[in-house]
Design a protein around this ligand. Structure first.
Ligand SMILES: Cc1cc2nc3c(=O)[nH]c(=O)nc-3n(C[C@H](O)[C@H](O)[C@H](O)COP(=O)(O)OP(=O)(O)OC[C@H]3O[C@@H](n4cnc5c(N)ncnc54)[C@H](O)[C@@H]3O)c2cc1C
Length: 381
């Protein structure tokens, strides 16, 4: 029978980063099993946004650590990820959101994040394309930005392979061999692989794959759509990622056009990946309401991907309580791309040293859901 010390299930940004960081620590034989191709899951749908503006200390620290990778990616991995640090600008229209954001801002600043409060006049200077008459203010962090998820994922995958990791594409995990309550092997169509540890990095499919091991992991897939305009010059390409927090509408420059999207709050969970033309129309209307200049834009294309949502919008990072040998890093609820580098490092520490010391990720232990100790994240888009 084939065997490995670690089998990582899923080759998205998270699985590739976990594999790379384990290999960097010379953790033994590491195999990544991907049922599709590298980076074709949720990671393929990501808008590539990276930000430091979160409401919880753990997420801010995961962002700070990940930025050390994003800002030096080509030096570290020899890959250009097309990093643009034009900032994230949150627009606030409701008094209760102002209170929440000011509290998060104080926490961010105390941790060294260069975010600031901005008035409607400041906002008009930062983002001249938008209506500001209904705004109460906002927050802006110039260090935030966006980059290319596929190149970043391939950067981790290539570096992992160079360190001896085997990444097998089109080889799904179809079951688990569990005896005496412990993971012994993962099953695949081409035979089982015996392993000391299996790590679920299966993004939106984590609930489905968890069931194969007989456990209920609270990660649900939600369809999210993104759209890109044709070349669009009336708005400068230097404007920040702009988010209307109340509606979750966001847009940022992408190539010679703009990328935009908005969450449908009535969308039920599911694996439907078609683009909904009705929701596209609603999103375009919201964009043109906030930034009327986009009435002149033409849509080049749209696509749908999945958010991997947990009840508190934070991930499951750590050992699965009831099954020794099984760990999970999944359920990032829409911010898994940006946290991929830090999560890989923390997961390697947790698996090899017993705890993550780069960032204390214990608040995100999967067991919190059984204990009813949820840790909600407010800054979710
Ligand atoms: C429209 C949209 C915009 C987004 N924008 C952002 C953003 O701006 N910034 C950000 O940080 N995040 C964003 N996200 C979220 C981000 O895409 C995810 O949080 C992140 O990609 C999760 O990465 P992952 O590696 O955990 O999951 P995935 O990339 O989904 O990787 C999981 C992998 O597991 C594989 N798999 C599943 N089942 C099995 C099996 N049985 N055997 C083997 N392999 C299996 C899948 O094929 C997949 O490749 C966005 C998502 C969407 C949809």
């Amino acid at each position: 029978m084939e065997s490995a010390d670690f089998v990582i299930i899923g080759a998205g940004i998270v699985g590739c980063s976990v594999a790379y960081h384990l290999a960097e620590r010379r953790a033994g034989k590491i195999v990544v099993l991907e049922r599709d191709e590298i980076g074709r899951g949720a990671t393929a749908g990501a808008a590539g946004g990276i930000r430091l503006q979160f409401s919880s200390e753990t997420n801010i620290r995961l962002s700070l650590l990940s930025f050390e990778y994003w800002e030096h990616f080509s030096d570290l991995f020899g890959v250009d990820i097309g990093l643009h640090q034009h900032g994230y600008l949150f627009l606030l229209t409701r008094p209760e959101h102002v209170v929440a954001f000011q509290s998060s801002l104080a926490l961010q600043q105390s941790l060294g994040v260069p975010a600031e409060w901005v008035t409607p006049d400041d906002i008009a200077r930062l983002q001249p394309a938008i209506r500001t008459d209904d705004l109460l203010g906002g927050t802006y962090c110039p260090r935030d930005g966006w980059c290319d998820p596929y190149s970043a994922t391939m950067g981790f995958a290539r570096a992992a392979r160079e360190l001896g990791v085997t990444i097998s594409e089109r080889r799904p995990v179809t079951g688990f061999e569990i005896s005496d309550g412990r993971i012994r092997a993962v099953e695949t169509p081409t035979g089982p692989i015996a392993c000391g540890t299996a790590v679920l990095c299966t993004g939106p499919w984590t609930g489905v794959v968890g069931k194969l091991a007989g456990i209920a992991l609270p990660v649900q897939p939600y369809r999210r759509m993104s759209f890109v305009t044709d070349r669009f010059d009336p708005v400068p390409k230097t404007v920040p990622m702009t988010i209307e927090y109340e509606t979750s509408l966001y847009f940022h420059p992408e190539g010679d056009g703009f990328l935009f999207g908005m969450a449908n709050p009535d969308e039920p969970p599911g694996f439907d990946k078609t683009v909904d033309p009705d929701w596209m129309r609603v999103t375009i209307e919201a964009l043109c309401r906030r930034a009327p200049v986009f009435e002149q834009a033409r849509i080049r294309r749209g696509w749908a991907g999945f958010y991997e949502v947990t009840p508190d919008h934070n991930p499951l990072i750590g050992w699965v309580e009831d099954i020794p040998g099984l760990a999970v890093a999944a359920g990032f609820s829409g911010h898994g791309f940006m946290h991929g580098p830090a999560v890989g490092r923390c997961m390697a520490e947790l698996l090899l040293d017993g705890r993550a010391h780069s960032v204390d990720v214990s608040p995100f232990a999967p067991s919190r859901f059984h204990r009813g100790q949820l840790v909600p994240e407010q800054n979710v888009i």
